[in-house]
Design a protein around this ligand. Sequence first.
Ligand SMILES: Nc1nc2c(c(=O)[nH]1)N[C@H]1C(S)=C(S)[C@@H](COP(=O)(O)O)O[C@H]1N2
Ligand SMILES: [Mo]
Length: 405
Amino acid sequence: MTSSNEWTSDTSMQERVGLSRRELLVKGGSMLALLAMCDSSLFAKMTGAADDGEVIPFLDRPPAPPDAAVKAYGELNRLDWQKLTQWITPNDQFFNVSHYNRPIILPEEYKLNLTGLVINPKTFTLLELKQRPRQEVVFTLECAGNHGFEWFTGGIGTAKWAGTPLAPLLKEAGLKPEGQDVVFFGADAGEEEVRSVKMRQEFSRSLSVTDALRPEVLLCYEMNGEPLPQEHGFPVRLIVPGWYGVANVKWLSRVDVTDRRWAGRFMTRDYVTIREEVQPDGRTVWTQKVVGPARVKSVTARVVSRGGHYQIEGAAWGGPIDRVEVRVDNGPWVSATITRGREQDFAWKFWTLNWTGVTPGEHTITSRAVGSQGSVQPAGDDPFLTNKHTYWESNGQITRRINID
Ligand SMILES: Nc1nc2c(c(=O)[nH]1)N[C@H]1C(S)=C(S)[C@@H](COP(=O)(O)O)O[C@H]1N2
Ligand SMILES: [Mo]
């Protein structure tokens, strides 16, 4: 049981139905009917009920990660969906994926180098970056590998990131016309081998000049009001709202403008989505595309029982979300109510649905997010997913199993 319930909308029900307090009193009778239609957490909030309900455990639970994964990444600090009650993920509960070491950088020694095809190459200290205009964004960062394995279902979190926008800094430095790609290097590094050439490589990812100039891209030094925690890239990381985790380079040490696309490991060998696509003429072509912007996705986080009422609660993210639909067993798709995050393009939405007519026994619950451009979170058996041969970008509909006594 939890005391805070952020699944409940901030706006009181009164505001949502557009009634004044007086009208509420007058229309007390019809109010009851209205309440019955609304979700029970709202009811709990209106009546001040302390009981936040009982979470009914899912029958499906992600298995423990295999030893190799623990060895490579540590515990990953995966999100436990059933415990999700906060819209902003506290820093100490935020998942962690680091492919190399986790460098410790002293703030007074930190330098960010801006090099390559710019008229005025520059070096910034942490203080100089902090003195530049500040910008904040609430952004849900998901590892592109999330849900790519049975055990990896919690590689996601939402934080309020703060920093200085990258675009003005690039413009001040003066991009040369032949600059095509902006490469971001971390201070962490490992040995890589390509066709028997061994080299030391810093973690690196690039953005096209167009993407790098997007106004929401930040050189970020703050996470939820605190300096970036060490494992999340202290003192500065790149934040690319709307993109998968891998684009958000931690321990940022260098920004280099080059004349062609960067071909580092995390652009060309890892984080590459390989699909076998059937053409209209029946021929099959294989495609290899670098992981980039996030895809629409949703999850059923928990089912809560409150005094005999059942509520299905979840989250949806990956681009602007139009709506979330939920299906119990083989029933119809029903629209859920979005209760948090409607206004924030880059943050997950929390959604809730009153589950009525609940019968004892086993049930399946599936959700699907629909993006505002019309893209629908694909079913697990959609060829878009079944023809995908690498585990990244696994944004298929997720079915959870539950038993009702
Ligand atoms: N320098 C550096 N940046 C990195 C990584 C890394 O290994 N090194 N991992 C990336 C990946 S794959 C993900 S999913 C996110 C995870 O961010 P977090 O550890 O802050 O949650 O960081 C990205 N940025
Ligand atoms: Mo990742």
